[in-house]
Design a protein around this ligand. Sequence first.
Ligand SMILES: [Zn+2]
Length: 286
Amino acid sequence: MVNALGGIGDGAPIGVPESATRVDFRAAFLARDLLLLTLDALRYDVAADALAAGHTPNLAALLRRGWEARHTPGTFTLPAHEAFFAGFFPTPPTPGPHPRPIALRFPGSRTIGRDTLLLDGPCLIGAYARAGYHTICIGGTGFFDPGSPLGAILPARFHEAHWSQAMGVTSRRASATQMTLAAARLAALPPGKRALLFLNAAATHPPTRLFLRGARTESVATQAAALADLDRHLPVLLDALRARGGAVGIVCGDHGTCFGEDGYVGHRVAHPLVWTVPYAEVEVAP
Ligand SMILES: [Zn+2]
């Protein structure tokens, strides 16, 4: 159910105070690895309900205060990630301005605060690279498949980019494959070399009915099953980050998706179930 303020639930406010989950990205810059993990098409209500039900115990351990409900800057993968890579991650759905955790220098921005990690350049990935980070892209959805010129745009921002059918949206083993590869690429780096690890998780993007035995259509239940599978494989990635001294990061949906609510199916439309996404700033302790 979507309430009048764009919240999801029985009319109750959504999310937790943004101050509850702040991570100091300035202090971590050049000292820790950076994790950017996007859970593609994952709806806020699916993520929050799975967390509350105990179906995502590894995410529960990572998220210090649970999921925040935020509004995404894009209704599908390409614009959402273009905005993320420009420093515009999902924003709190309350009157702002809301200072951003990481930003690129941009005259006139009202959301660069005292605690914002401020970098120069047209893209966060390049800005971290120029600071000495090795940047890794573990692709999932089609906008990270360099097999087409359009799909090559986002991966080209990184020092190394990986994609295969086994990591894509039609793979039952997408999360296992992606997490294992991410861990291997991190382990291959010299210990003193900082890494920016971006992973676009494909499992939560339709078709998610692969993950629920007997399911023939897409639903909240099938996306929840895909998320639970992702959660089971998450420790491989987190252990690799711990072995390198820990990390800070952002974990979020890039947009949600509709399963027939109000007659809508899919995304690329500004429906509350599409623009409301789960968000968390995280620290992976060494
Ligand atoms: Zn997406």
